[in-house]
Write a protein that binds this ligand. Sequence first.
Ligand code: ASP
Length: 326
Amino acid sequence: MGGWAIAVHGGAGVDPNLPAQRQEEAKRLLTHCLHLGISALRSSLPAIDVVELVVRELETDPLFNSGRGSALTEKGRVEMEASIMDGPKRRCGAVSGLTTVKNPVSLARLVMEKSPHSYLAFEGAEEFARQQGVETVENAYFITEENVGMLQLAKDANTIMFDYRIPTDTCSGAAGTIDSPLQMNGLPISLYSQETVGCVVVDAQGRCAAATSTGGLMNKMSGRIGDSPLIGAGTYACDICAISCTGEGEAIIRGTLAREVAAVMEYKGLDLQDAIDYVIKERLDEGKAGLIAVSNDGKVGYGFNTTGMFRGCATEDGFMEVGIWE
Ligand code: ASP
Protein backbone atom coordinates (compact mmCIF):
# COMPACT_ATOMS: atom_id res chain seq x y z
CA MET A 1 0.00 0.00 0.00
CA GLY A 2 1.49 3.32 -1.05
CA GLY A 3 -0.75 5.83 0.77
CA TRP A 4 -3.35 8.08 -0.77
CA ALA A 5 -2.99 10.14 -3.94
CA ILE A 6 -5.22 12.58 -5.76
CA ALA A 7 -5.21 14.29 -9.15
CA VAL A 8 -7.57 16.84 -10.57
CA HIS A 9 -7.93 18.37 -14.03
CA GLY A 10 -9.66 21.37 -15.53
CA GLY A 11 -9.28 20.28 -19.13
CA ALA A 12 -6.75 19.74 -21.90
CA GLY A 13 -6.22 22.03 -24.85
CA VAL A 14 -5.24 25.41 -23.48
CA ASP A 15 -4.97 28.67 -25.41
CA PRO A 16 -1.22 29.39 -25.59
CA ASN A 17 -2.07 33.08 -25.16
CA LEU A 18 -4.23 32.53 -22.11
CA PRO A 19 -3.95 35.73 -20.04
CA ALA A 20 -1.72 35.41 -16.97
CA GLN A 21 -4.59 36.38 -14.69
CA ARG A 22 -6.71 33.55 -16.05
CA GLN A 23 -3.85 31.10 -15.54
CA GLU A 24 -3.54 32.24 -11.94
CA GLU A 25 -7.29 31.86 -11.34
CA ALA A 26 -7.19 28.35 -12.76
CA LYS A 27 -4.21 27.38 -10.62
CA ARG A 28 -5.86 28.84 -7.54
CA LEU A 29 -9.03 26.83 -8.12
CA LEU A 30 -7.10 23.62 -8.76
CA THR A 31 -5.05 24.19 -5.59
CA HIS A 32 -8.20 24.85 -3.59
CA CYS A 33 -9.76 21.63 -4.92
CA LEU A 34 -6.63 19.64 -4.11
CA HIS A 35 -6.72 20.94 -0.53
CA LEU A 36 -10.39 20.02 -0.29
CA GLY A 37 -9.59 16.49 -1.44
CA ILE A 38 -6.55 16.20 0.80
CA SER A 39 -8.45 17.13 3.93
CA ALA A 40 -11.22 14.67 3.00
CA LEU A 41 -8.59 11.94 2.54
CA ARG A 42 -6.99 12.86 5.87
CA SER A 43 -10.43 12.44 7.45
CA SER A 44 -10.52 8.92 5.92
CA LEU A 45 -13.29 9.56 3.42
CA PRO A 46 -13.39 6.78 0.81
CA ALA A 47 -12.07 7.59 -2.68
CA ILE A 48 -15.56 7.62 -4.21
CA ASP A 49 -16.72 10.34 -1.79
CA VAL A 50 -13.61 12.41 -2.43
CA VAL A 51 -13.94 12.43 -6.24
CA GLU A 52 -17.60 13.45 -5.94
CA LEU A 53 -16.77 16.20 -3.45
CA VAL A 54 -14.00 17.68 -5.59
CA VAL A 55 -15.94 17.53 -8.86
CA ARG A 56 -18.96 19.17 -7.20
CA GLU A 57 -16.72 22.05 -6.20
CA LEU A 58 -15.48 22.42 -9.77
CA GLU A 59 -19.04 22.25 -11.12
CA THR A 60 -20.12 25.01 -8.79
CA ASP A 61 -17.34 27.38 -9.86
CA PRO A 62 -17.91 28.86 -13.36
CA LEU A 63 -14.22 28.87 -14.29
CA PHE A 64 -14.10 25.50 -16.04
CA ASN A 65 -16.54 23.80 -18.38
CA SER A 66 -18.87 21.85 -16.06
CA GLY A 67 -22.00 22.70 -14.14
CA ARG A 68 -22.10 26.51 -14.00
CA GLY A 69 -19.87 27.73 -16.86
CA SER A 70 -20.68 24.76 -19.11
CA ALA A 71 -20.07 25.10 -22.82
CA LEU A 72 -23.18 25.87 -24.87
CA THR A 73 -24.84 23.84 -27.58
CA GLU A 74 -25.47 25.33 -31.02
CA LYS A 75 -28.86 26.35 -29.60
CA GLY A 76 -27.26 28.38 -26.80
CA ARG A 77 -28.33 26.07 -23.97
CA VAL A 78 -26.35 23.72 -21.77
CA GLU A 79 -26.60 19.93 -21.94
CA MET A 80 -24.32 18.63 -19.22
CA GLU A 81 -22.91 15.17 -18.69
CA ALA A 82 -20.93 13.38 -16.01
CA SER A 83 -19.83 9.97 -14.83
CA ILE A 84 -18.39 8.38 -11.74
CA MET A 85 -16.79 4.98 -11.11
CA ASP A 86 -15.88 3.16 -7.93
CA GLY A 87 -12.89 0.89 -8.57
CA PRO A 88 -13.17 -1.97 -6.06
CA LYS A 89 -16.52 -3.26 -7.34
CA ARG A 90 -16.44 -1.51 -10.72
CA ARG A 91 -19.73 0.16 -9.96
CA CYS A 92 -20.49 3.13 -12.18
CA GLY A 93 -23.07 5.76 -12.97
CA ALA A 94 -23.41 8.26 -15.80
CA VAL A 95 -25.73 11.01 -16.98
CA SER A 96 -26.12 13.05 -20.17
CA GLY A 97 -28.32 15.80 -21.54
CA LEU A 98 -28.91 17.48 -18.18
CA THR A 99 -30.38 20.95 -18.38
CA THR A 100 -31.33 21.78 -14.77
CA VAL A 101 -29.30 19.59 -12.40
CA LYS A 102 -26.91 21.77 -10.40
CA ASN A 103 -24.34 19.02 -9.77
CA PRO A 104 -24.36 16.40 -12.53
CA VAL A 105 -21.67 14.28 -10.84
CA SER A 106 -23.94 13.70 -7.84
CA LEU A 107 -26.78 12.57 -10.11
CA ALA A 108 -24.32 10.16 -11.76
CA ARG A 109 -23.57 8.79 -8.31
CA LEU A 110 -27.28 8.38 -7.60
CA VAL A 111 -27.70 6.49 -10.90
CA MET A 112 -24.93 4.18 -9.66
CA GLU A 113 -26.42 3.71 -6.20
CA LYS A 114 -30.16 4.24 -6.48
CA SER A 115 -31.14 3.04 -9.95
CA PRO A 116 -30.99 -0.40 -11.54
CA HIS A 117 -29.02 1.14 -14.44
CA SER A 118 -25.63 2.66 -15.09
CA TYR A 119 -26.50 5.46 -17.52
CA LEU A 120 -29.50 7.79 -17.81
CA ALA A 121 -29.89 10.60 -20.33
CA PHE A 122 -32.04 13.62 -21.23
CA GLU A 123 -35.69 13.57 -20.07
CA GLY A 124 -35.37 10.32 -18.15
CA ALA A 125 -32.30 11.59 -16.30
CA GLU A 126 -34.08 14.84 -15.42
CA GLU A 127 -37.10 12.87 -14.15
CA PHE A 128 -34.83 10.70 -12.04
CA ALA A 129 -33.21 13.86 -10.63
CA ARG A 130 -36.62 15.09 -9.49
CA GLN A 131 -37.52 11.74 -7.96
CA GLN A 132 -34.25 11.81 -6.04
CA GLY A 133 -34.81 15.38 -4.89
CA VAL A 134 -31.45 16.73 -6.11
CA GLU A 135 -31.04 20.48 -6.41
CA THR A 136 -32.20 21.87 -9.76
CA VAL A 137 -31.98 25.38 -11.18
CA GLU A 138 -33.02 27.22 -14.35
CA ASN A 139 -30.88 26.54 -17.43
CA ALA A 140 -29.87 30.23 -17.35
CA TYR A 141 -27.94 29.61 -14.09
CA PHE A 142 -25.33 27.62 -16.03
CA ILE A 143 -24.86 30.18 -18.82
CA THR A 144 -22.10 32.74 -18.36
CA GLU A 145 -21.69 35.91 -20.38
CA GLU A 146 -18.26 34.74 -21.43
CA ASN A 147 -19.66 31.53 -22.87
CA VAL A 148 -22.30 33.43 -24.84
CA GLY A 149 -19.41 35.34 -26.45
CA MET A 150 -17.47 32.12 -27.02
CA LEU A 151 -20.44 30.50 -28.73
CA GLN A 152 -20.66 33.46 -31.07
CA LEU A 153 -16.95 33.12 -31.86
CA ALA A 154 -17.45 29.44 -32.60
CA LYS A 155 -20.42 30.20 -34.84
CA ASP A 156 -18.50 32.94 -36.66
CA ALA A 157 -15.62 30.54 -37.21
CA ASN A 158 -18.14 27.84 -38.18
CA THR A 159 -16.47 25.37 -35.86
CA ILE A 160 -17.03 23.28 -32.79
CA MET A 161 -14.61 24.83 -30.39
CA PHE A 162 -11.79 22.84 -28.99
CA ASP A 163 -8.18 23.64 -28.16
CA TYR A 164 -5.68 25.68 -30.10
CA ARG A 165 -6.52 24.80 -33.65
CA ILE A 166 -8.76 27.74 -34.44
CA PRO A 167 -6.73 30.30 -36.39
CA THR A 168 -7.15 33.69 -34.76
CA ASP A 169 -7.94 35.47 -38.03
CA THR A 170 -11.16 33.48 -38.48
CA CYS A 171 -12.36 34.65 -35.09
CA SER A 172 -12.82 38.36 -35.60
CA GLY A 173 -16.32 38.16 -34.21
CA ALA A 174 -19.24 39.94 -35.75
CA ALA A 175 -21.22 39.71 -32.53
CA GLY A 176 -22.13 42.96 -30.85
CA THR A 177 -20.66 41.96 -27.49
CA ILE A 178 -17.27 41.06 -28.95
CA ASP A 179 -14.94 44.02 -29.39
CA SER A 180 -12.07 42.03 -30.91
CA PRO A 181 -10.96 38.41 -30.82
CA LEU A 182 -9.35 38.96 -27.43
CA GLN A 183 -11.89 41.30 -25.90
CA MET A 184 -15.44 40.97 -24.72
CA ASN A 185 -17.04 43.90 -22.97
CA GLY A 186 -13.55 45.30 -22.64
CA LEU A 187 -12.26 42.22 -20.81
CA PRO A 188 -9.71 39.80 -22.17
CA ILE A 189 -11.14 36.40 -23.03
CA SER A 190 -9.59 33.25 -24.28
CA LEU A 191 -10.27 32.38 -27.89
CA TYR A 192 -10.64 28.85 -26.75
CA SER A 193 -13.33 27.13 -24.86
CA GLN A 194 -12.79 26.22 -21.22
CA GLU A 195 -12.53 22.55 -20.63
CA THR A 196 -13.95 19.65 -18.73
CA VAL A 197 -13.15 18.75 -15.10
CA GLY A 198 -12.22 15.48 -13.49
CA CYS A 199 -10.76 13.94 -10.37
CA VAL A 200 -9.11 10.61 -9.59
CA VAL A 201 -8.28 9.36 -6.12
CA VAL A 202 -6.72 6.38 -4.44
CA ASP A 203 -7.41 6.38 -0.72
CA ALA A 204 -5.21 4.98 2.07
CA GLN A 205 -6.95 1.60 1.71
CA GLY A 206 -5.92 1.42 -1.95
CA ARG A 207 -9.46 2.00 -3.28
CA CYS A 208 -9.47 3.88 -6.60
CA ALA A 209 -12.26 6.10 -7.96
CA ALA A 210 -12.74 8.50 -10.86
CA ALA A 211 -15.25 11.18 -11.84
CA THR A 212 -15.57 13.47 -14.87
CA SER A 213 -18.04 16.27 -15.58
CA THR A 214 -18.53 18.56 -18.58
CA GLY A 215 -20.74 20.75 -20.68
CA GLY A 216 -19.10 19.13 -23.72
CA LEU A 217 -17.79 21.08 -26.68
CA MET A 218 -18.78 24.68 -27.42
CA ASN A 219 -21.27 24.85 -30.34
CA LYS A 220 -21.86 21.09 -30.21
CA MET A 221 -25.01 19.72 -31.81
CA SER A 222 -27.92 19.38 -29.45
CA GLY A 223 -28.01 15.72 -28.40
CA ARG A 224 -24.27 15.18 -28.86
CA ILE A 225 -22.74 12.88 -26.24
CA GLY A 226 -18.99 13.03 -25.66
CA ASP A 227 -16.54 10.78 -23.88
CA SER A 228 -16.99 12.17 -20.37
CA PRO A 229 -20.07 10.11 -19.43
CA LEU A 230 -18.84 7.03 -21.28
CA ILE A 231 -17.30 4.49 -18.95
CA GLY A 232 -14.12 3.19 -20.52
CA ALA A 233 -13.67 6.27 -22.70
CA GLY A 234 -13.62 9.40 -20.50
CA THR A 235 -13.76 7.70 -17.10
CA TYR A 236 -12.67 4.38 -15.69
CA ALA A 237 -11.76 2.86 -12.32
CA CYS A 238 -10.98 -0.67 -11.24
CA ASP A 239 -9.05 -2.33 -8.44
CA ILE A 240 -5.70 -1.23 -9.87
CA CYS A 241 -6.20 2.33 -11.12
CA ALA A 242 -8.56 5.22 -11.91
CA ILE A 243 -8.51 7.53 -14.93
CA SER A 244 -10.29 10.72 -16.04
CA CYS A 245 -9.79 12.07 -19.57
CA THR A 246 -10.29 15.42 -21.25
CA GLY A 247 -10.02 16.73 -24.78
CA GLU A 248 -11.86 16.07 -28.01
CA GLY A 249 -14.46 13.51 -27.02
CA GLU A 250 -14.70 11.88 -30.42
CA ALA A 251 -10.96 11.05 -30.34
CA ILE A 252 -11.15 9.79 -26.74
CA ILE A 253 -14.11 7.55 -27.61
CA ARG A 254 -12.25 6.11 -30.63
CA GLY A 255 -9.27 5.33 -28.40
CA THR A 256 -11.31 4.02 -25.41
CA LEU A 257 -8.63 5.97 -23.63
CA ALA A 258 -9.43 5.49 -19.95
CA ARG A 259 -9.96 1.73 -20.11
CA GLU A 260 -6.89 1.37 -22.30
CA VAL A 261 -4.63 2.71 -19.52
CA ALA A 262 -6.06 0.11 -17.12
CA ALA A 263 -5.80 -2.64 -19.75
CA VAL A 264 -2.16 -1.85 -20.50
CA MET A 265 -1.35 -2.01 -16.78
CA GLU A 266 -3.30 -5.23 -16.39
CA TYR A 267 -2.21 -7.13 -19.49
CA LYS A 268 1.18 -5.64 -20.29
CA GLY A 269 2.22 -5.18 -16.65
CA LEU A 270 3.34 -1.57 -17.18
CA ASP A 271 3.41 0.79 -14.23
CA LEU A 272 1.07 3.79 -14.16
CA GLN A 273 3.16 6.46 -15.91
CA ASP A 274 4.47 4.02 -18.54
CA ALA A 275 0.90 2.90 -19.26
CA ILE A 276 -0.24 6.53 -19.65
CA ASP A 277 2.67 7.37 -21.98
CA TYR A 278 2.03 4.26 -24.05
CA VAL A 279 -1.68 4.96 -24.47
CA ILE A 280 -1.18 8.64 -25.34
CA LYS A 281 1.37 7.66 -27.96
CA GLU A 282 -0.33 4.60 -29.41
CA ARG A 283 -4.06 5.19 -29.03
CA LEU A 284 -4.62 8.92 -29.33
CA ASP A 285 -4.58 11.18 -32.38
CA GLU A 286 -2.06 14.02 -32.15
CA GLY A 287 -3.18 17.19 -30.35
CA LYS A 288 -6.45 15.79 -29.07
CA ALA A 289 -6.52 15.00 -25.38
CA GLY A 290 -5.01 14.31 -21.98
CA LEU A 291 -5.73 12.36 -18.83
CA ILE A 292 -4.97 12.07 -15.14
CA ALA A 293 -4.65 8.78 -13.28
CA VAL A 294 -3.81 7.13 -9.96
CA SER A 295 -2.90 3.56 -9.13
CA ASN A 296 -3.68 1.45 -6.07
CA ASP A 297 -0.05 1.67 -4.88
CA GLY A 298 -0.43 5.42 -4.26
CA LYS A 299 1.07 6.67 -7.51
CA VAL A 300 -0.25 9.57 -9.53
CA GLY A 301 0.40 10.36 -13.19
CA TYR A 302 -0.80 12.34 -16.16
CA GLY A 303 -0.21 12.81 -19.86
CA PHE A 304 -1.48 14.96 -22.73
CA ASN A 305 -0.66 15.77 -26.35
CA THR A 306 -2.37 19.18 -26.46
CA THR A 307 -0.82 22.59 -25.81
CA GLY A 308 -1.47 22.14 -22.12
CA MET A 309 -3.74 20.66 -19.50
CA PHE A 310 -4.98 22.33 -16.34
CA ARG A 311 -4.02 19.87 -13.64
CA GLY A 312 -2.89 19.31 -10.10
CA CYS A 313 -1.89 16.36 -8.01
CA ALA A 314 -0.82 15.46 -4.48
CA THR A 315 0.34 12.38 -2.62
CA GLU A 316 0.40 11.39 1.03
CA ASP A 317 4.15 11.90 1.32
CA GLY A 318 3.70 15.67 0.91
CA PHE A 319 4.25 16.05 -2.84
CA MET A 320 1.97 18.58 -4.50
CA GLU A 321 2.05 20.15 -7.96
CA VAL A 322 -0.25 22.35 -10.03
CA GLY A 323 0.50 23.08 -13.69
CA ILE A 324 -0.85 24.04 -17.09
CA TRP A 325 1.90 23.58 -19.67
CA GLU A 326 4.32 20.75 -20.46
N1 ASP B 1 -14.03 15.61 -23.54
C1 ASP B 1 -15.03 16.64 -23.52
C2 ASP B 1 -16.02 16.38 -24.62
O1 ASP B 1 -15.64 16.06 -25.72
C3 ASP B 1 -14.49 18.01 -23.68
C4 ASP B 1 -13.32 18.34 -22.79
O2 ASP B 1 -12.67 17.49 -22.24
O3 ASP B 1 -13.05 19.51 -22.65
O4 ASP B 1 -17.19 16.56 -24.39
